[in-house]
Design a binder for this molecule. Structure first.
Ligand code: GTR
Length: 395
């Protein structure tokens, strides 16, 4: 079980803050040409596309450019939660010419109000979230009831239904479909990006139905789902907020810290998550042309919420927090405040930047963070704070 695996410290990895090496992060606000990015227009036209390309090339791989069409079928529909919502079991069909790839998802629409509802798309890395199961048995991993009660619509799919979460899962997933049966090229997208792509297709559906306010859709994921969620929002600016719950290495945590899970370990154990070039930085993490604060920067000026758990050192809570801090200059350039704002004018103080105390969410403008007590996991407490954060963002 994941929780057991992750609560156990792995002795061969570093969990000692004093042993984090000195590192220098790449500056998100310096262009490839070496010139500084001094205005939002240059960020949007040049620097942001440069950074996206760097992440595609060195970390998550590049999505296919093949034209496809997308269709949605309602497989079944029922009233759930004592009439508070309508639940739909859906099928998405992605077609290229005569061939198609399908994946299921679920949607829950609140019935209380006639106004279009903001929504959460949840990348579920544990199970297919069947309508009856998530409404009859309260599931803190995906608490549909809480989301509905707070006025949100929500949709979710199971990662492995899109791209099987196994090193040899390629043959059965959406990537081989797009590659027309060929093996993946070195630059091609890997599973994290495929899951993010599916989140975008679910958003396509939400855009088509009047019950959802598709300009306020948050993408959420836990752990590997959190890595996928951040990348989903980087690739697709229609998501208004991204939430990473304990995403750690390859997600919110700075790779250069080498605290807990490392680039070497993650690419060895999960070779299907990242493009192979990412693994080549295992022995030279400082050679990576990006670090994960720049993934957060790609989501700016939209909302970003990052969570950690105090026993989940594998995910490097401090490194997850620092990614937000080091993205602050980008939020500021785009006219927003965010966690780390205070350090921009006083970089000497950066060394003292640390996560807030346990169970005390910190929210500054567009970004928020909390560290909860306990092991690696997504709980109803995390969800409550996530919803609070999204509720509090300016509409
Ligand atoms: C672990 C992996 C982490 C995290 C986690 C999860 O085994 O090392 O990066 O993604 O799985 O998804 O729960």
């Amino acid at each position: 079980d994941l929780v057991d695996q992750l609560s156990t410290k792995r002795p061969e990895f570093n969990y000692d803050e004093s042993k984090v090496p000195n590192y220098r992060l790449p500056n998100p606000l310096v262009l490839h040409s070496g010139n500084p990015v001094i205005d939002a227009a240059t960020w949007n036209s040049t620097r942001r596309p440069e950074l996206l390309e760097l992440f595609r090339k060195h970390v998550y791989g590049r999505r296919p450019e093949t034209e496809y069409s997308i269709a949605f079928d309602v497989e079944s529909e029922s009233t759930v939660l004592d009439g508070a919502a309508v639940g739909r079991t859906m099928k998405a069909t992605v077609s290229i010419g005569p061939s198609s790839f399908q994946f299921p998802f679920v949607v829950f629409l609140p019935t209380e109000s006639d106004d279009p509802a903001p929504a959460f798309v949840f990348i579920n890395n544990r199970t297919f979230p069947a309508v009856a199961e998530v409404t009859e048995n309260y599931d803190s991993f995906y608490p549909v009831k809480d989301l509905i009660q707070r006025g949100y619509a929500t949709a979710s799919f199971f990662t492995s239904d899109v791209d099987p979460d196994r090193a040899d899962g390629y043959a059965d997933g959406i990537r081989v479909f797009f590659a027309d049966g060929q093996p993946p090229t070195d630059d091609a997208w890997r599973s994290l990006s495929a899951w993010g792509f599916a989140a975008s297709r679910v958003l396509d559906y939400l855009e088509r139905i009047p019950q959802v306010d598709s300009s306020h859709v948050t993408v959420v994921g836990h752990s590997r789902g959190g890595k996928a969620s951040l990348w989903a929002a980087a690739e697709d600016r229609r998501f208004s907020v991204a939430v990473s719950n304990q995403s750690g290495c390859g997600g919110a945590a700075l790779s250069r810290r080498g605290y807990g899970e490392t680039v070497g370990r993650i690419t060895e154990v999960f070779p299907h998550w990242f493009c192979p070039r990412f693994a080549t930085y295992a022995a030279d993490v400082n050679g990576l042309p990006v670090d994960q604060h720049e993934l957060i920067s790609l989501i700016a000026p939209r909302g970003v919420y990052v969570t950690s758990a105090d026993e989940d050192l594998w995910a490097d809570p401090r490194g997850e927090y620092l990614s937000l801090v080091h993205a602050a200059p980008v939020f500021r350039l785009l006219g927003k405040t965010s966690i780390g704002n205070d350090f921009i004018d006083d970089p000497d103080l950066l060394q003292y930047a640390s996560p807030p105390p346990l169970d005390q969410p910190q929210i500054v403008g567009q970004t928020g963070y909390h560290i909860g007590g306990g092991p690696h996991g997504l709980t109803h407490v995390d969800w409550r704070r996530i919803i609070d954060f999204v509720d509090g963002l300016p509409k």
